[in-house]
Design a protein around this ligand. Structure first.
Ligand SMILES: O=P(O)(O)OC[C@H]1O[C@](O)(COP(=O)(O)O)[C@@H](O)[C@@H]1O
Ligand SMILES: [Mg+2]
Ligand SMILES: [Mg+2]
Length: 320
């Protein structure tokens, strides 16, 4: 792929954030190349350790983290918080921004050639490292993801709608394909890891059982279930085709608040989805009103087409 000085130049990118976005995109292009070579290149999917959240780290998790950290050092990012780092790293002391990142999302899919991604969230930096991230999701100045799939795409919001770019392999540039993504309202698809059925609370259990009941059940429609186990891929599908995603808290030890991390998974995805006319809650409360109480804190996440997300909140109200 040809190398361009700036792979993302567009008037819709705020000028102050443009160098940060450009650095993210350059790394994303390099990662897309590494991922595309799969077994022809270095081994990507083998376990190399454990991260602060207790998840196994794959070689590509660590490589992606190293690449983003190195590239963002040259930008106005003051604080760097990563799924793969226990604490916040100081980058540019004079920098204006605090950037949180899931360098490689969906790592269980690395070996099986299914879409994986990168998720990022940007706040204005505060003087204290952690304080810069432990604040309401509504204070984000940018949120987005890159998906490494059949197409490499960037979805990003700066609080004025959700933009979608596609990487053109012929030029090495991300081209704008939609300047106002709109989550479709009507969809028959729901996404949840159904193997956890026995651990769910009564509200989620009742909601999913009613989805499964189909046309003759209370929802009055047949549904399809999807579970990619890659949050970026589920988000991309829902932004494009509608539907609902649920990763609720459940009864497994350590899963009281589900699996997903507030700072670098839940908050940026909620920002993107709400800017595209969807809703994102923890089941009841809008994610945008919530703040993490620790860097790697988890949060339940329910997002997608507004009517469906409201419907889930109704099940929680009934279960009270
Ligand atoms: O394996 P589970 O419990 O279904 O969890 C799947 C979820 O875990 C994740 O893979 C977590 O992300 P990481 O790969 O960044 O740890 C999400 O992308 C996905 O939604
Ligand atoms: Mg993730
Ligand atoms: Mg990850």
């Amino acid at each position: 792929m040809p190398e361009t000085a700036n792979p993302l130049s567009n008037p819709l990118i705020p000028a102050d954030l443009a160098p940060v976005m450009s650095a993210l995109c350059k790394v994303a292009i390099d990662l897309a190349g590494i991922i595309a070579r799969g077994p022809l290149g270095q081994s990507l999917g083998h376990e190399v350790g454990e991260n602060a959240g207790g998840d196994g780290q794959k070689a590509l998790d660590v490589l992606a983290d190293d690449m983003f950290e190195a590239a963002l050092r040259q930008t106005s990012v003051r604080w760097y918080a990563s799924e793969e780092q226990e604490t916040v790293l100081p980058l540019n002391p004079a920098g204006r921004y605090a950037l949180a990142i899931d360098p490689l999302d969906g790592s269980s899919n690395i070996d099986v050639n299914v879409s994986i991604g990168t998720i990022f969230s940007i706040f204005e930096a505060r003087d204290a490292a952690e304080d810069s991230f432990l604040r309401p999701a509504s204070e984000q100045v940018a949120g987005g993801y890159v998906i490494y799939g059949p197409q490499c795409c960037l979805a990003v919001t700066f609080g004025k709608g959700t933009l979608m770019f596609v990487l053109d392999p012929a030029t090495g540039r991300f081209e704008l394909v939609n300047d106002a993504m709109q989550t479709p309202g009507a969809s028959k698809e729901y996404a949840i890891n159904a193997s956890n059925h026995r651990h769910w609370d009564p509200a989620i259990r009742a909601y999913i059982e009613d989805c499964q009941a189909g046309k003759t059940g209370p929802h009055g429609q047949d549904s399809n279930m999807r579970w990619v186990a890659s949050l970026v891929a589920e988000t991309h599908r829902i932004l494009t085709r509608g539907g609902i995603f649920l990763y609720p808290g459940d009864a497994r030890p350590g899963y009281e608040k589900g699996r997903l991390r507030m700072v670098y998974e839940v908050a940026p995805i909620a920002f993107l989805v709400e800017q595209a006319g969807g809703l994102a809650t923890d089941g009841r409360t809008p994610i945008m009103d919530l703040a993490a109480d620790a860097l790697h804190a988890r949060s339940p996440l329910v997002f997608g087409s507004p009517d469906k997300v409201r419907q889930v909140a109704g099940y929680y109200d009934k279960a009270r």
